[in-house]
Design a protein around this ligand. Structure first.
Ligand code: BES
Ligand code: MN
Ligand code: MN
Length: 456
């Protein structure tokens, strides 16, 4: 059990923790933009120097792209080891004009800090560093062995972390991993996440004539790439909302009755979701509830689409090319490599003569489903209760974290503890991303309590 003094210490330092977080949030560590490469590095160095100050043996590992920060403080051969995972990179902030205050000028309004990365994932991951600092300040030592792994490529699919795990398998050995990169069930209802969806993300490029053509002079004789693309995309789904790719559902695990019951029992209603999203209807497979559709069923979405003229007024052309980004969320036991192949075969089968279609794989992630009887789950639940004053509910999340599956497969960790301190309405990836300062504080308390619960 965490000493009361440590919680008092955390409560007393609340403002300083926030001030430090603001400094972290000022670094525009957008991993996908090459023009931000040096900013991404600055964020890595910021984390690295923090770990150093906590007396962690730390290293900044170079990769083909963004650095991995790793540190450990493992003095006890006979006590458990916790691996803490987080990411210091963030999504692009655009559209900039929609931000009330600039994305990398963190601002506090009504108990929330607004900034890109506030919730995903800088604010969440930073709670562990402050928890460790408080425990060390009060006790002079940690109750268990701790390793910390922070990457700068999560938002681009963790391309270099997977090989890193393989080459550092021994160093990273642990009994459990803590991942705080998701959210509570709702603001004020903390959760333990036991499932994540996987991801297949592809780009489709359609090439027609050599250049844009006068649609009067040539319309009626050449295939129009924008039209071809629209036809192809339209045929990816059936009118009832299911995905039309042959074989797509073959490996989908059916939801078991106990799980459907548990999901139905979660405090959730469609009306408030509609109101939050500003839509009049929710759509999707008729036989599944909203909660099931958004976390435990696979999806296909067009993420972006382009081609031809979209400027002011009208321009009569047949565009030379058109394209789209398409992603599919996967569930157990689908795998991105097999789904990518099914997608490619189907799109090629739909492609008419007269255009060329090229398909590029962008990134992928395997789905994750961890057992609800993992050894450390009770410890995690107690820690959350101490931090949030409320027992967590168990949920599956619709988002993806590419590396989590490899914690199981490569590192063979027995326990994967996914505890998101954020909220579904934090606006991760959206304009005006925010993180509740109360949740930041509760997250620090929970993270500190977790170290003691795992020692018990
Ligand atoms: N933190 C999110 C994943 C997440 C979202 C977990 C919502 C739980 C609830 C993560 O940073 C993320 O955005 N992942 C990407 C995948 C990646 C390959 C770009 C995603 O889910 O789109
Ligand atoms: Mn994240
Ligand atoms: Mn993200």
């Amino acid at each position: 059990m965490i000493p009361q003094d440590t919680l008092v210490k955390i409560d007393g330092n609340r403002q300083r923790y926030v001030d430090e977080l603001l400094g972290f949030l000022r670094i525009p560590s957008v991993s996908t933009y090459s023009r931000h490469t040096s900013d991404v590095r600055r964020a890595a160095e910021w984390v690295f120097s923090h770990l150093r100050r906590l007396d962690f043996q730390s290293k900044l590992y170079e990769t083909a792209r963004h650095p991995v920060v790793y540190g450990h403080r493992c003095p006890y051969p006979d006590r458990p080891t916790l691996l803490i995972y987080g990411h210091y990179d963030v999504q692009p902030p655009e559209p900039l004009e929609e931000w009330i205050t600039a994305p990398f000028s963190p601002t506090i309004r009504d108990g929330y800090v607004y900034a890109r990365g506030a919730s995903d994932d800088k604010g969440q991951f930073f709670t562990y560093l402050k928890a460790i600092e408080a425990v060390l300040a009060v006790a002079g030592k940690l109750p268990i062995n701790v390793k910390i792994l922070v990457e700068g490529e999560e938002e681009i699919g963790s391309p270099n972390l997977a090989p890193f795990l393989k080459t550092h398998q021994k160093e990273l050995k642990a009994d459990a991993v803590a991942v705080s990169d998701g959210s509570q069930f709702t603001h004020g209802t903390p959760a333990i996440t036991y499932g994540l969806r996987g991801l297949s993300y592809l780009q489709v490029d359609v090439q027609g004539p050599r250049f844009d053509l006068h649609s009067g002079s040539f319309g009626g004789v050449v295939a129009n790439p924008a039209q071809v693309l629209a036809d192809i995309l339209a045929r990816l789904k059936n009118p009832n909302g299911t995905i039309a790719i042959p074989g797509f559902y073959d490996d989908v695990a059916a939801l078991e009755p106990w799980e459907r019951e548990a999901m139905a029992a979660l405090p959730f209603d469609d009306a408030s979701l509609k109101a939050y999203l500003g839509v009049t209807e929710l759509i999707g497979e008729a036989d599944y509830s909203t909660m099931e559709r958004k976390t435990a069923r696979p999806t296909l979405d067009i993420n972006g689409i382009w081609g031809g003229f979209s400027g002011e007024g009208a321009k009569t052309i047949i565009p030379a090319k058109a394209g789209a980004k398409v992603s599919m969320r996967l569930v157990p036991h689908q795998h991105p490599s097999a789904i990518n192949q099914l997608f490619k075969d189907f799109v090629h089968s739909l492609t008419p003569d007269g255009v060329k279609v090229q398909i590029t794989e962008l990134h992928g992630a395997d789905p994750v489903l961890v057992s609800r009887d993992q050894p450390s789950l009770q410890a995690a639940a107690k820690a959350i209760e101490i931090g949030f004053g409320k027992a967590p509910v168990f949920i599956r999340e619709g988002g993806s974290i590419p590396i989590v599956n490899l914690f199981e497969e490569v590192l063979k960790l027995d326990s994967i503890l996914m505890m998101g301190w954020g909220s579904p309405d934090d606006g991760a990836h959206s304009p005006n991303e925010r993180f509740s300062l109360d949740d930041f504080h509760r997250g620090i308390r929970s993270a500190a309590a977790l170290l003691y619960e795992l020692a018990a």
